[in-house]
Design a protein around this ligand. Structure first.
Ligand SMILES: [Zn+2]
Length: 285
């Protein structure tokens, strides 16, 4: 895994503190006003990131745990940052360089084309960044908050949409976050149960499982080549969403250390040995 993604621009931003905030009837998660940004690389501990996301998705699928769910989602965001829907959903994270935003089919926005201002407003419901759009040109006047300026400088080589979604005013809808976490958990369970029951399954169920699985995937990270000491492939992960999806796909297809669902506690874990059925905690007990 490390070799495959040896060179990446995968740094992501999380803030020291987040809160729930409502705009109309919609519940958002957003950094608190006095929070400070922290740059980190999600690839460093990608296994925990993916497992945390899957276990949270499992919890999200249970209707009886709404309160616990809200606090655990906030904890997840506190640990890893918001998912970066804004650069992840359109056909390109460079959408600021086009006149409009183009959206492939997704679970969140029905429109295929949106005006850039309208699209930005979905992610800045409380306080909009000072962006002026004229045709394909975009101009962004960064607020005079010093930490936001420093952050924008640190991310200057990334697309403007990535930079914008790392700013403090950027917010994401709670129901969207839940949906994506549930989608990942569903994909994992589909694959896990398929191989658990494959031999006992009739053709119809087998086909249903395969269909369920084929809905997953789609957008992959892009890459570019840099002329370093030798030509080097550099992967561009422009959102945490895309990173989790890609890393999860790699873990899901890893034969040597498969992901399992513990039959005793229901947790998703990575089996160190192929024969491990129980998660490490349950095995200790
Ligand atoms: Zn367990």
């Amino acid at each position: 895994m490390k070799n495959l993604f040896e060179h990446t621009s995968s740094a992501w931003v999380r803030y020291s503190c987040y809160e729930y905030r409502k705009s109309g009837n919609i519940l958002y998660i957003t950094p608190t006003e006095d929070s400070s940004p922290i740059l980190y690389d999600p690839l460093n501990d990608y296994e925990s990131l993916v497992l945390d996301a899957l276990n949270l998705g499992r919890l999200a699928a249970r209707a009886d745990r709404a309160d616990q769910l809200q606090s655990e989602v906030l904890e997840f965001v506190q640990k890893y940052g918001l998912l970066g829907f804004m650069p992840a959903l359109p056909t390109t994270p460079d959408f600021m360089e086009y006149e409009q935003v183009y959206l492939p089919k997704n679970h969140f926005i029905r429109e295929e084309v949106m005006q850039t201002e309208d699209y930005l407003r979905l992610f800045f419901p409380f306080d909009s960044p000072d962006v002026v759009k004229r045709g394909v040109q975009s101009r962004w006047n960064i607020s005079d908050d010093k930490s936001m300026m420093a952050l924008a400088m640190a991310l200057a080589d990334r697309p403007m949409s990535v930079n914008l979604c790392c700013q403090r005013q950027y917010s994401e809808r709670y129901d969207w976050i839940l949906q994506v976490l549930q989608d990942w958990a569903f994909t994992f369970l589909t694959s896990f149960l398929y191989y658990l029951d494959e031999k006992r399954m009739d053709d119809l169920s087998r086909e249903l499982f395969q269909k369920g699985m084929s809905a997953f995937g789609g957008s992959a990270p892009t890459y570019h080549i840099e002329l370093r000491e030798r030509p080097t492939m550099v992967w561009d992960f422009h959102s945490l969403l895309l990173q989790v999806q890609m890393l999860f796909s790699i873990m899901l297809t890893d034969q040597a250390s498969p992901m399992r669902c513990c039959p005793s506690c229901g947790k998703v874990f990575v089996a160190e040995n192929r024969n491990d059925e129980l998660c490490p905690e349950c095995r200790l007990r």
